[in-house]
Design a protein around this ligand. Structure first.
Ligand SMILES: [Zn+2]
Length: 154
C-alpha cells in the first residue's frame, strides 16, 4: 500500500486505541495486514528486489509516495482537531515503520533487519504470489477512496 494509506490507517487505529503504545503496536500490525490485499506494486517491488532492473523507477515511486504521505499527514495535523497528537503520531510511526525497515535493510543488508524484511514480504506477497496482482492505477484509485473515508474517522 502507499505510505499515505499506511499513515492514515495508523492514525485512525491509534485514535481508536486511545494510547500511544497501543497505537504504535496496532499501527504496525495494521501495516502487515492491509499489505496482504493485492495493491499493484509487486511488479515495481520485484523489479527492484529480485530482477534488479528499472531500479530508478522504483526509487522514484517510493520518493513520491513518501513526499505525498508527509504532505497528507501535515494536512491532517493542520486541519483536524486531533485530540491526542501523541497517539496520532505513534499510530503513524507504527503504520509506516515496516516499510522504513525494508528500506533500511535494502540499503544496509544488515542481518539485524532480515527478520523485518522477511516478515514484511511474508504478508505483502501472501496473496499476490498465489493469485496475481491488480493494476497499480486501480489500486491507487481504491486507496484514494479508502483514505477519503478513513480521514473522516480522525
Ligand atoms: Zn509495506
Amino acid at each position: 500500500m502507499t505510505l499515505t494509506t499506511h499513515a492514515t490507517l495508523g492514525a485512525v487505529i491509534g485514535r481508536a486505541t486511545g494510547n500511544p503504545a497501543l497505537a504504535f503496536i496496532f499501527g504496525f500490525i495494521s501495516h502487515l495486514l492491509i499489505d496482504m490485499i493485492p495493491h499493484g506494486d509487486t511488479g515495481t517491488s520485484d523489479n527492484f528486489r529480485i530482477y534488479k532492473r528499472r531500479r530508478k523507477q522504483a526509487i522514484a515511486y517510493v520518493m513520491v509516495d513518501a513526499a505525498v504521505a508527509i504532505f497528507f499527514v501535515l494536512l491532517l495535523a493542520n486541519t483536524k482537531d486531533i485530540n491526542s497528537m501523541r497517539t496520532f503520531s505513534w499510530g503513524i510511526v507504527g503504520g509506516v515503520l515496516p516499510d522504513f525497515l525494508v528500506g533500511v535493510y535494502e540499503i544496509t543488508k544488515s542481518p539485524l533487519l532480515r527478520w523485518a524484511y522477511r516478515l514484511h514480504f511474508f504478508f505483502h506477497d501472501f496473496f499476490v504470489k498465489r493469485r496475481g496482482d491488480v493494476p497499480l492505477f486501480y489500486a491507487i484509485m481504491a486507496q484514494v477512496v479508502l483514505i477519503a473515508y478513513l480521514q473522516t474517522k480522525l
